[in-house]
Design a protein around this ligand. Structure first.
Ligand SMILES: Nc1nc2c(ncn2[C@@H]2O[C@H](COP(=O)(O)OP(=O)(O)OP(=O)(O)O)[C@@H](O)[C@H]2O)c(=O)[nH]1
Ligand SMILES: [Mg+2]
Length: 352
């Protein structure tokens, strides 16, 4: 799972100070106290914004500050308050105090608003201190300091596409040619023991997150092999891609077997939209027909070769469109952590 993380400093506005002033009239030089209150300093909020997918912006701007409010004035005029400052974040962002690690809150939906630095109250002017026995007070209060702290923003990115296949189907290899991830690849089963993630980029900000999981064998739904635990990882991806290698003696039964394992594990996972990728196309003679695999529920069946680099552009485009169409179906602001739509720096992955 990608963890996108940023630490930013947030500084709320300090309140304006109260004024100490006395009314002056032409014939009455010393009127009553009329010093107004200071304004309230702006607060800083973190707010969910469904148009954002990552915390990338916070790598470039890491101090957010609201202005100090105006001081109070004579004639009991209150100083102007300053506007609040809002940091937009993708829904699914967790906010902590960076110094203490204490959870401040979570922004789960579009529009959710979380106070992260409270603006200072304005100080009272001397007009407020007048009492029957204290008619000419000079006292005034300074504005309260705005809160100032460092907060940590953490976003868990869930993969868009989950790769499902038998051991050695070429899942990790496919991930390595579609993304910058460098998972371990070997010609023995169960090379992958932990899920790997990578970001596939098509340029122009078009990208999606792929999860490569350990191989699925018969009985995986019941915990055989490494399957069960990792099927949980693909439960939350948007779409699935089933991988069947073209050197398999019976691609049709390989596909059927994978579908059956998924069905036994969870009906919801079985119903998740999917495509079928026929891998290792280079292992067939160039003039050989691609074996027909009957996959009525699959959106597409695409032959590729990670080794020869064939079919990968088509696959990328297909997966991108597939993910976009699934995104469009999702209710807005449902709290689904939105994967990257921008290039991330270095993807994190497990290579052991
Ligand atoms: N000829 C050929 N070999 C491939 C291709 N893709 C993967 N392989 C080989 O197939 C073997 C298994 O590849 P992996 O990517 O490790 O397979 P996997 O599905 O991740 O396997 P597990 O992690 O064990 O489930 C390796 O020896 C790869 O080099 C391909 O397109 N063509
Ligand atoms: Mg693997």
């Amino acid at each position: 799972m990608f963890i996108d993380r940023a630490v930013v400093r947030v500084t709320a506005g300090t309140g304006g100070s109260g004024a100490s002033s006395f009314a002056r009239f032409k014939y009455k030089p010393k009127g009553g106290p009329d010093g107004g209150d200071g304004g309230r300093g702006g607060s800083v909020y973190v707010q969910g914004d469904a148009n954002l997918a990552t915390l990338l912006d916070y790598r470039y701007r890491n101090h957010w500050k609201a202005e100090r409010a105006e001081h109070g004035k004579g004639k009991t005029m209150t100083g102007a308050s300053t506007p609040d400052v809002t940091l937009p974040v993708p829904p699914g962002t967790i906010v902590r105090d960076a110094a203490t690690d204490v959870l401040i809150g979570e922004v789960l939906r579009d529009g959710d608003r979380l106070l992260v630095a409270r603006g200072g109250r304005g100080g009272r002017g001397n007009a407020r201190f007048a009492t029957p026995t204290h008619q000419a007070p000079r006292e005034w209060e300074p504005g309260e300091e705005g809160e100032d702290r460092e907060i940590e923003l953490v976003l868990k990115l869930i993969a868009d596409v989950g790769l499902v296949g038998e051991p050695n189907a070429g899942k990790s290899t496919l991930l390595s040619v579609l993304s910058a991830a460098r998972p371990r690849i070997a010609d023995y089963p169960f090379t992958t023991l932990e899920p790997n993630l990578g970001v596939a980029g098509l340029g122009q900000g078009r990208s999606f997150v792929i999860a490569d999981i350990p191989g699925i064998i018969a009985g995986a739904h019941a915990g055989k092999g490494l399957g069960l635990k990792f099927l949980q990882h693909v439960e939350r991806t948007r779409v699935l891609a089933f991988l069947v290698p073209l050197d398999h003696p019976d691609p049709q039964s390989a596909y059927g077997g994978l579908r059956e394992e998924i069905r036994l594990y969870s009906g919801a996972l079985y119903d998740k939209p999917h495509i079928l990728i026929l891998t290792k196309r280079d292992l067939l003679p160039p003039d050989a027909d691609i074996p027909a695999v009957d996959a009525p529920d699959a959106r597409r069946v695409l032959p590729v070769s990670s080794a020869a680099g064939s079919g990968l552009d088509d696959l990328n485009e297909e997966l991108w469109k597939f993910v976009q169409s699934e995104k469009a179906e999702e209710p807005a602001g449902d709290g689904h952590e939105d994967p990257a739509d921008v290039e991330l720096e270095e993807p994190q992955y497990d290579d052991e």
